[in-house]
Ligand binder design. Structure first.
Ligand code: MTE
Ligand code: MO
Length: 415
C-alpha cells in the first residue's frame, strides 16, 4: 500500500540519517534529494557510522572492545571503562575529528597570538619551550562532544537529527597539564578593548557534505571565559598530548561543549570586536520548532547525563547478584545524586556515589542487582546536580541533536 510504503521510506531515511542504514552506490547528493522530497530536509548527515575496518584518519589503535568507529570519529565503549579509575586512559579516550589527525612536530610548532585586541595590534609567537617556561597548571576535566547521546533522539524519541550517531561514549575525563590561556594572552599584551578570542586548529580545512569549504576548525570564546579557567594543554594523563588529542598543544575549556577545546592549535586571534565562525553560527546552537528562528545562543556549558559501564544487550546471569557500575556528569554543576531503576522505571533507588561532585568532572557510582528470572530488562540511571537539575524523561528536540539529557533506557538480558 502506498501510505505504508511511504511511512517505511521516511523511517529508513531517518535511519540513514543516523547511520543505521546503508546506501551503497547512491550518492550523498541523491540521498539528500530523497530526504528533501520526504520533508526531512535540513537534517543533513555530517558523518555516518562505518565499519571498524575503515581508515578514519585516527592514529591510535581502535580495538573493537574499546571503540566504536563512526565515520572520522571513534566512540569510547562505556563497558571498557569498568574498573579503569577516575581518568579515562588515553588508549580509550574518544576521538572527534572533523577531518583527520595531522602529523605535527613539537619542535617545529609555534603558537601565533595576533589581532587588534592586543596592544599595538602585535603578533607574538610562543614555542612549546616558551609555554613550558610559564607556570604550569594541572586540572582534571571532561571533554564531551555537544552531540554525545544524539542517537537517542531517534532511538528513544523517534526524531530525526543530523550528525554523528553517538550513544553515550563521546566523553572522557583526563588530567590535563599546561598553562593558563590568561597568562599567555597577558604576555602577548592584552588590550582593554579585547572581547573575543578565536583559537584555530592546524588540521585540514573542513568541507561539508555539499562541498562548502568552511576553513579550519575555529570557534570564538568570549574573553571572560578565556581568562577564567581555560588552559593551553600539552600533557594528558601525564603523557605528552597524543596525536589524536591535539599534539603538541590543545585548548581545554572546562565544562563547555567539546568544540570549544580546539585541538592542534596554531594561532589565536584576539579581537576588539565580536567574532563569528560556522562553529558558533550554523553549528552548536539549538535549531528547530522549539527554538528561536536563527537558533539559540551559542552553546556553552554541557548538560547532565548518566551511563552504565555495560554494553547494550549485555547478558547477566539470573539468580546471581551483580555489582553494576556507571558514571554521571553535568557541566552545570557537580552530580550530587544518582538514582537507578532495574524495572524500566517502575521503582527507583539511590546508587552509591564514589566521587565528590565537580562541575567539570564526573562521579562514578555502583549498585547491586539480582535479576530473579531470565528475560529482557531495561536499566535506567538518573542524575541530579548541585543546581537541583534532574535528568528529564525526554529532551526537547533540536535538528542537530545537541545536548541530549534525558534518561537513557539501557537494554540488558537476564540469562
Ligand atoms: N582542530 C580541531 N579541534 C577540535 C576538533 C577538530 O575536528 N579539529 N573537534 C572538536 C570536537 S567537536 C570535539 S567534541 C573535541 C574532541 O576532542 P577529542 O578528540 O580529544 O576527544 O575536539 C574539538 N576540537
Ligand atoms: Mo564535538
Amino acid at each position: 500500500m502506498r501510505t505504508s510504503e511511504s511511512a517505511y521510506d521516511r523511517r529508513r531515511l531517518r535511519q540513514w540519517l543516523v547511520g543505521e542504514a546503508r546506501a551503497d552506490g547512491v550518492s550523498r547528493r541523491d540521498m539528500l534529494r530523497l530526504l528533501a522530497a520526504a520533508g526531512l530536509a535540513g537534517a543533513a548527515p555530517v558523518a555516518l557510522g562505518t565499519p571498524a575496518a575503515a581508515a578514519p584518519g585516527i592514529v591510535k589503535p581502535l580495538p573493537e572492545d574499546r571503540f566504536t568507529v563512526r565515520g572520522t570519529n571513534a566512540e569510547t565503549r562505556f563497558a571498557s571503562l569498568a574498573g579503569t579509575g577516575y581518568h579515562t586512559p588515553n588508549d580509550r579516550f574518544f576521538v572527534r575529528n572533523h577531518t583527520a589527525t595531522p602529523t605535527l612536530s613539537a619542535s617545529d610548532w609555534a603558537l601565533t597570538v595576533h589581532g587588534d585586541g592586543l596592544t599595538r595590534d602585535r603578533t607574538v609567537d610562543f614555542t612549546l619551550a616558551d609555554l613550558r617556561a610559564l607556570p604550569s597548571v594541572t586540572h582534571s576535566a571532561f571533554v564531551e562532544c555537544a552531540g554525545n547521546g544524539r542517537s537517542f533522539f531517534t532511538g528513544q524519541q523517534g526524531q530525526p537529527v543530523s550528525g554523528t550517531a553517538w550513544t553515550l561514549g563521546a566523553i572522557g575525563v583526563a588530567r590535563w597539564r599546561g598553562v593558563r590561556l590568561a597568562d599567555v594572552l597577558r604576555r602577548a599584551g592584552l588590550s582593554r578593548r579585547a572581547v573575543d578570542v578565536l583559537p584555530r586548529g592546524l588540521d585540514a580545512d573542513y568541507v561539508t557534505d555539499d562541498g562548502t569549504n568552511l576553513g579550519r576548525v575555529r570557534r570564538p570564546l568570549p574573553l571572560s571565559k578565556a581568562l577564567d579557567d581555560v588552559l593551553l594543554a600539552y600533557e594528558m594523563n601525564g603523557e605528552p598530548l597524543p596525536p589524536d588529542h591535539g599534539h603538541p598543544v590543545r585548548v581545554l575549556v572546562p565544562s563547555w561543549v567539546g568544540i570549544a577545546s580546539v585541538k592542534w592549535v596554531g594561532d589565536i586571534e584576539v579581537s576588539a570586536e565580536p567574532l563569528y565562525s560556522p562553529w558558533n553560527t550554523d553549528f552548536y546552537r539549538l535549531f528547530g520548532d522549539a527554538h528561536p528562528d536563527g537558533g539559540s545562543a551559542p552553546l556553552t556549558r554541557q548538560t547532565i547525563k548518566s551511563a552504565w559501564e555495560l554494553d547494550g544487550q549485555a547478558n547477566l546471569a539470573a539468580g546471581v547478584t551483580h555489582r553494576l557500575t556507571g558514571r554521571s556528569w553535568s557541566g552545570g554543576g557537580g552530580v550530587v545524586a544518582v538514582e537507578v531503576s532495574t524495572d524500566s522505571g517502575a521503582t527507583w533507588r539511590p546508587a552509591r556515589l564514589h566521587d565528590a561532585p565537580r562541575r567539570d568532572g564526573w562521579v562514578r557510582w555502583s549498585t547491586h542487582w539480582r535479576p530473579a528470572e531470565p528475560g529482557p530488562r531495561t536499566l535506567l540511571a538518573r542524575a541530579t546536580d548541585t543546581t537541583g537539575r534532574t535528568q528529564p524523561e525526554a529532551t526537547v528536540h533540536n535538528t542537530q541533536g545537541y545536548l541530549f539529557d534525558a534518561v537513557v533506557r539501557h537494554p540488558v538480558n537476564a540469562v
